[in-house]
Design a protein around this ligand. Structure first.
Ligand code: HAM
Length: 431
């Protein structure tokens, strides 16, 4: 153990922004790599956009009256007095890049995915952070309900791939600019007669963003909206048909779902299909992934009139759900315990040769005793150990110990890499 100094001034991380430590990184890499594999099966390509954008992009897309834009953005002026914002989500930046780089000229259907940090000034708690990571996917160019079902099928397959099955899919349709205003007004009328029962925030926003009242966690608001009009009863017939087809295709693909007509989303760009993958394992932060259609967004940002649909998964929430099943990092295949300077020098050369040959090898650099070196080999979970002392240097042979069953075999130092690769190959084919 290293003795800790008493620090007079210690600088800590920003509240709600976490380090991802080496012990967790293997899980993160597994979740990211699985996404790359599954998303590419569905024809998605990765896109990477800057972490900061012009503030206007988010105001115009997410909506001026949403919680994100009103309260949660990290916005600052740069030295030229431009208002910039750390991206609170990925859809708007991806659509900005899509339009700016005219990706619509490459293919009538664009399928893009991204992963990376997002920033929202929210009250941190389990599953909710100020810097968090999303894994997102977007399809631009298709209105057909088949694509809605395919996007959900991809999400479903991803969750199977990563071994998380304790989630359920909720779907809804929020209508379109034709039918939403009628529903909005019906909801405002309904809420108006129950204003006294709503929380302060909902009393303020019921006119500007009445749908959010349905999503409010306050008990009074939930009770007051039990009989609120359902958006599904106000859909125009094209929206109703579209939603019907989405449900049919989901059934054809055997993807379990439930309709939740109270589900509204915290971003204004959504139309028609919206969805959330929810779990009861994370307390109040129950959405592990969420998304929907945003058919007017590309045009409203100055691009061609193209429909779009996508989702984002919260990676921290996935990591929390993986819990005990976390993935362990790769461990050394060989630990060389060397005794004395001459042996340590030989071990150093051997270790370098092994690494070049593709074997993960490790040794001691601190001049520790044999016992301490073996303890470290155990702690590192090395598959094999090799003890190198004066005798081994003289004979050019040493004992290779298989740590799984303590069996030993004699190896010549000159053919160590070859032997090990053979043994490791056998181990990986037999396991
Ligand atoms: P969102 O619902 O705001 O949608 O976020 C998607 C997911 O990101 C949430 O379900 C949650 O898992 C995670 N998330 C959100 N905020 C936090 C936070 N503060 N801490 C930890 N995790 C969080 C969007 O962002 C849309 N852009 C999704 C989308 C893509 N819609 C269409 N395409």
């Amino acid at each position: 153990m290293i003795k800790e100094k008493v620090h007079i001034l210690s600088v800590t991380a920003i509240k709600g922004m976490n380090d991802i430590l080496p012990s967790d990184v293997a899980t993160w890499q597994f979740l990211e790599q699985s996404a790359r594999e599954v998303f590419s099966l569905y024809g998605f390509s990765e896109i990477r956009t800057p972490i900061a954008e012009k503030t206007e992009l988010f105001c115009r897309s997410i909506g001026e009256t949403t919680d994100i834009v009103e309260k949660e953005m990290y916005t600052f002026n740069d030295k030229s007095d431009n208002s910039l914002t750390l991206r609170p989500e990925g859809t708007a930046p991806v659509m900005r890049a899509f339009i700016q780089n005219r990706l619509y000229n490459l293919d009538p259907v664009s399928k893009l995915y991204y992963m990376g940090p997002m920033f929202r000034y929210e009250r941190p708690q389990k599953g909710r952070y100020r810097q968090f990571h999303q894994l997102g996917a977007e399809v631009v160019g298709v209105e057909d309900a088949k694509i809605d079902a395919q996007v959900l099928a991809m999400l479903h397959q991803y969750f199977i791939r990563i071994g998380i099955d304790s989630v359920s899919l909720q779907v809804n349709s929020l209508g379109c600019p034709e039918c939403r205003p009628g529903y909005r007004q019906a909801l405002i009328d309904y809420l108006e007669s129950r204003l006294d029962n709503l929380c302060e925030e909902c009393q303020r926003r019921y006119q500007t963003n009445p749908l959010r009242v349905l999503d409010c966690k306050a008990k009074g608001c939930q009770a007051a909206t039990v009989d609120a009009p359902s958006v599904l009863e106000h859909l125009c017939s094209p929206c109703s048909d579209h939603f019907g087809q989405v449900k049919d295709y989901l059934e054809i693909l055997n993807i379990p779902f439930e309709v939740n007509s109270r589900m509204v989303r915290g971003l204004d760009y959504y139309v028609r299909t919206t969805f959330e993958l929810v779990t009861d394992q994370l307390g109040s932060q129950n959405a592990v992934a969420a998304g929907g259609r945003y058919d007017g967004l590309v045009e409203s940002l100055g691009g061609p009139s193209l429909p779009g649909i996508g989702f984002a998964i919260g990676l921290e929430r996935l990591v929390l759900m993986k819990g005990e099943q976390r993935i362990t990092a790769a461990t050394p295949q060989l630990f060389i315990a060397a005794l004395g300077k001459e042996a340590a020098d030989r071990a150093f050369v051997l270790m370098s040769q092994l690494r070049v040959a593709g074997v993960q090898a490790e040794m001691d650099y601190l001049g520790k005793s044999l016992k301490a070196q073996m303890r470290r080999a155990n702690k590192l979970n090395a598959a094999f150990t090799l003890i190198l002392g004066e005798e081994e240097l003289n004979s050019g042979q040493a004992q290779l110990k298989d740590m799984s069953d303590s069996s030993q075999s004699t190896v010549t130092l000159d053919s160590l890499a070859e032997m090990l690769i053979k043994k490791l190959g056998k181990m990986s084919t037999s396991s």
